[in-house]
Design a protein around this ligand. Structure first.
Ligand code: 13P
Length: 251
């Protein structure tokens, strides 16, 4: 059966020292606690190896926020999937709307990143989601379906089974405006239906689909109670243990 997951996306926050402290703090807070979901922290590249040293990889798991679309070579400033994996990280966020909007990441580029992540035994946390104008014109399903199709649907069923999806409506990210519980469930059910049509019921049922966008302690319980919402990808509220822990405990 699919897993419940709460993943933190630190984005471009925290110095190395602050990041190590936060990871240590979370590891300590969760140690010996029975939680009903996998907990992942996705950190900037430079934090990965140091954070990996202060978490146990079980109570708290590690991921990156991105990786390159090339395997290796003369790509100054880029970080490959193999390099990410060599730090001990097991996950990588790909296709975040901030990468798509500010760094020109297209569906075709993301398809390469997904392939390289899987080749390096990293689990992609693949983000999809519509902007406000698309939601207002009723195009959200079409947009999300296309994002999934163009970057993921060339994968075999076996490989697709290794992917985690995160639905993040762009209008809800960092805005304090969350999708309603009904809007989230409706989209997640549509995504699962889309997966079922392509890969069959078993793959669709086993895929974890997370919600992201102003998810916090106050709304997590209601969001996660939906049958097709398998957890959250958390931005702002993941930057402090005090605000992240109650989201984890919402399960
Ligand atoms: P916020 O939780 O800050 O809205 O960010 C969501 C997000 O983009 C996680 O990837």
């Amino acid at each position: 059966m699919r897993k419940n997951i709460v993943a933190g996306n630190w984005k471009m926050n925290k110095t190395l020292q602050e990041g190590i402290e936060l990871a240590k703090d979370l590891q300590t807070a969760l140690s010996g606690k029975k939680v009903k979901c996998d907990v992942i922290v996705c950190t900037p590249f430079i934090h990965l190896a140091s954070v990996n040293a202060v978490i146990d990889g079980q109570t708290v798991k590690l991921g990156a926020e991105n990786c390159a679309d090339k395997a290796s070579g003369a790509y100054t400033g880029e970080v490959s999937a193999a390099m990410v994996a060599s730090t001990g990280a097991k996950y990588v966020i790909l296709g975040h709307s901030e990468r798509r909007a500010y760094y020109g990441e297209t569906g075709a580029i993301l398809k390469e990143k997904v392939k390289l992540a899987l080749e390096n035994q990293l689990t992609p946390i693949f983000c999809i989601g519509e902007v406000l104008a698309e939601r207002e014109s009723g195009k959200q399903n079409e947009v999300v379906k296309k994002q999934i199709e163009e970057s993921l649907f060339d994968l075999s069923a076996e490989d697709f089974g290794k992917v985690v999806l995160a639905y993040e409506p762009v209008w809800a990210i960092g805005t304090g405006k969350t999708a309603s519980s009904a809007q989230a469930q409706e989209m997640h059910a549509f995504i699962r239906q889309t997966l079922k049509a392509q890969y069959g019921a078993a793959v669709a049922d086993n895929t974890s689909i997370l919600y992201g966008g102003s998810c916090n302690a106050a709304n997590a319980k209601e969001l996660f109670a939906n049958p097709d919402v398998d957890g959250g990808l958390i931005g702002g509220a993941a930057l402090k243990t005090d605000t992240f822990l109650p989201i984890i405990e919402a399960f």
